[in-house]
Ligand binder design. Structure first.
Ligand code: ATP
Length: 665
């Protein structure tokens, strides 16, 4: 137990296995060397090490009888092993805060990062350390007499935002990662809520789908939201902390500044209170506490592996192995600024935890990010139906409510406020707009593939199953809509179609129709989504290459294709049965199915008439959408199904919303 990690005597500097060679005692850590560049109020661009500071909390009243094992001097912190007092280890960091240092002095170290976020850098400030070491105190503090980093950051942002900008806005979100599930802390008490999904945007940032994002213009507005988030956070008493955090707590600030030159600075600042590592023998955890503790320790273990892999230059960094490391991806080895506050408790009983924290902090200080500035050029005038739709979003017209603005939040206004003369209505939805654009383009591609399939289906199959495609698409759309209606999680249409392409390819392989198999596999390739695993993509590419070159690939053998078709037959039957049950269930279900079918036909008929006014009478369709629909009608001909509305740049979500909103036609 005593010698798990290599102990390094004073003068040699700790950081047991941290490459590259640690700085000699008394020298600045690498983060400090790289940090001295642009003034704090300007964005930083270039290589930057994660900045690491240490905070040692004072002894608490119940610890009065215990000796301290840690001491601080200047930028150095030293620990003495209580079992062998000749064993003294010293570490040097960017900054070390001792027990007498105030919340104010800690924030003075944080403020430059906050100002850089305002100038267009993404940034993450996170507190790390064992349970009870002072992370929550540092991040949140106490509202009345000792506010921590979050309230001070918001105050700082509110007083600086809008300087040198035409318009500016700040929006906040709060979430927690509890037992590897993500919950929106502004939406209610987590355990009563569905958990949210993480996804990667086209610009590679990690976002949480459906998270409340509330614009604030005053400290009062922030305080209410903060109180709600803290109330909803999962905490419980353990032997080591009366109010121990049982989750990773994340505050996200979305900052947007529209400059006079028309450019937009758009950044995200994350402030994170990580849950503390726990030794269950000492916390006394059992039952639910033990499960929480398992999830906390596992995610912190992955965090350690991420830092290790980055330092060793591994080709694969295991960000995806836990939710918190995906969140920290941009700040550890990515394009954001990272500031870690490693918290330590002073008592001798915490020696090994403190030792581990200091070693992890040292390793983290060697992680380098390549920091970028998030500046977006002035938007160009809309040129296409998709651009028109996007313009609609930017100008706050009749566009559908963009996800990310106070969705599901009961606590605060969803309407963005500007600090200047003419604020954008949705200034922080750039990620969402990019997503919508990609989705609209994908839908257009899917629609064109479907058209091609419908016209060529008979020829491709060489049998009489041609028209079935159109019916199948209707069934798919119908199933999707009824799943949405019943609140079930939607399986993206592109995923369903991709799977059906793979099945078609297998059938073609079994029938010896190699050319058709290649065609279907290529279509499956086109239908891949951003989250399709790389391994699946590589496998598909290899299968196509093998078929094209006439070489053998195990997955293309007739036996494998037959095996896969057989395996998928059961779920298919089950799905078919469930669709059947939908139609043949209760009278109400039958009536609802008929109503949907009738509504779909009515909507299509109105749109196919090309009468702008009649189309605009449909719910969820304003002037711009109606014009886009009529324009696409002129180019592509009549719409056969609701999914065809994607030709006008409408997303599948919007199409489903149109169907639902018009159900009472
Ligand atoms: N700098 C400080 N000054 C005074 N009291 C502090 C300081 N840091 C922490 N404390 C107190 O120590 C106790 C534990 O701190 P805190 O709850 O912040 O720990 P934690 O690291 O967040 O723990 P956990 O991981 O279990 O949530 C609290 O009572 C807190 O008020």
């Amino acid at each position: 137990m005593m010698s798990k990690a290599r102990r390094v005597p004073v003068g040699e500097q700790a950081a047991a296995s941290a490459p590259p060679p640690p700085a000699a005692s008394g020298q600045q850590a690498p983060g400090a060397q790289l940090a001295a560049a642009a003034p704090a109020s300007a964005a930083f661009v270039g290589k930057q090490a994660v900045k690491v500071v240490i905070r040692v909390r004072p002894s608490l009243p119940h610890e009065a009888d215990t000796e301290a094992c840690i001491s601080t001097t200047g930028n150095q912190v030293a620990i003495v092993n209580p079992r062998n007092i000749t064993e003294r280890l010293a570490y040097t960091f960017d900054r070390v805060f001792g027990e007498a240092d105030s919340q104010e002095s800690v924030f003075a170290e944080v403020q430059p990062v906050v100002l850089r976020a305002l100038a267009g850098n993404n940034a993450t400030i996170f507190a790390y350390g064992q349970t009870g070491s002072g992370k929550t105190h540092t991040i949140n503090g106490t509202a009345s007499d000792s506010p921590g980093i979050i309230p001070r950051t918001v105050k700082c942002l509110l007083s600086h935002v809008g300087e040198n900008a035409l318009t500016a806005s700040i929006a906040v979100s709060y979430l927690e990662i509890y037992n590897e599930k993500i919950f929106d802390l502004l939406a209610g008490e987590p355990k009563s809520l569905p958990n949210l999904d993480l996804r990667e945007t086209a610009s590679k940032s990690i976002v949480v789908s459906g998270l409340s994002n509330v614009v604030i213009t005053s400290l009062g507005e922030f305080e209410k939201l903060h109180e709600t988030a803290l109330k909803n956070r999962s905490t419980a008493a353990t032997n080591l902390n009366e109010a121990s955090s049982r989750s990773h707590f994340i505050m996200q600030l979305s900052i947007s500044n529209v400059l006079e030159n028309g450019k937009t600075l758009s950044s995200k600042l994350h402030i994170i209170d990580l849950a503390g590592s726990e030794d269950n023998k000492r916390t006394g955890n059992v039952g639910a506490r033990m499960v929480e503790s398992g999830a906390i320790n596992k995610s912190l273990f992955v965090l350690g592996q991420v830092v290790e892999a980055l330092n060793k230059g591994h080709p694969r960094i295991p960000y995806r192995d836990s939710k918190i490391t995906r969140f920290l991806q941009d700040s550890l080895g990515g394009g954001a600024l990272g500031l870690m506050i490693a918290c330590c408790a002073p008592g001798q009983q915490h020696y090994w935890d403190t030792y581990n924290t200091l070693n992890f902090a040292t390793k983290s200080s060697f992680v380098k990010n390549v920091v970028v500035k998030h500046e977006i050029a002035a938007p160009k005038p809309p040129q296409s139906a998709i651009a028109a739709l996007l313009g609609d979003y930017m100008l706050g017209g009749s566009g559908s409510s963009a996800a990310g603005t106070a969705s599901g939040s009961s606590s605060g206004s969803s309407a963005p406020h500007g600090f200047g003369a003419a604020a954008f209505a949705h200034p922080f939805d750039l990620d969402e707009i990019v997503r919508q654009q990609v989705e609209a383009q994908l839908n257009e591609r899917v629609a064109s593939i479907r058209r091609e399939m419908m016209s060529a289906a008979g020829a491709l199959r060489g049998n009489s199953r041609g028209p079935v495609d159109s019916k199948a698409s209707r069934t798919e759309t119908g199933a999707e809509v009824s799943a949405l209606k019943s609140g079930a999680k939607r399986v993206p249409l592109s995923t369903e179609w991709r799977e059906s392409m793979l099945r078609e390819a297998d059938e073609a392989i079994v029938d010896g129709r190699t050319k058709d198999a290649i065609t279907f596999l290529k279509r499956a390739l086109v239908l891949e989504r951003a989250d399709t695993p790389l391994s699946e993509h590589a496998e598909l590419v290899a299968r196509i290459a093998a078929l094209e070159s006439g070489a053998a690939h195990p997955s293309n053998s007739v036996a494998s294709a037959k095996g896969r078709l057989k395996a998928s037959a059961a779920p298919q039957a089950a799905t078919a049965a469930s669709y059947g049950a939908d139609a043949a269930g209760s009278d109400a279900d039958v009536a609802l199915a008929q109503l949907k079918k009738q509504t779909e036909a009515d909507i299509i008929s109105v749109i196919n008439s090309g009468d702008l006014k009649a189309i605009m009478r449909l719910k969820q369709i304003g002037k711009k959408r109606a014009e886009a629909l009529v324009a696409a009608l002129a180019v592509h001909g009549e719409y056969a199904t609701l999914a065809d509305l994607a030709r006008a740049g409408l997303s599948m979500t919007l199409i489903s919303n149109i169907l639902q909103s018009n159900l009472k036609l």
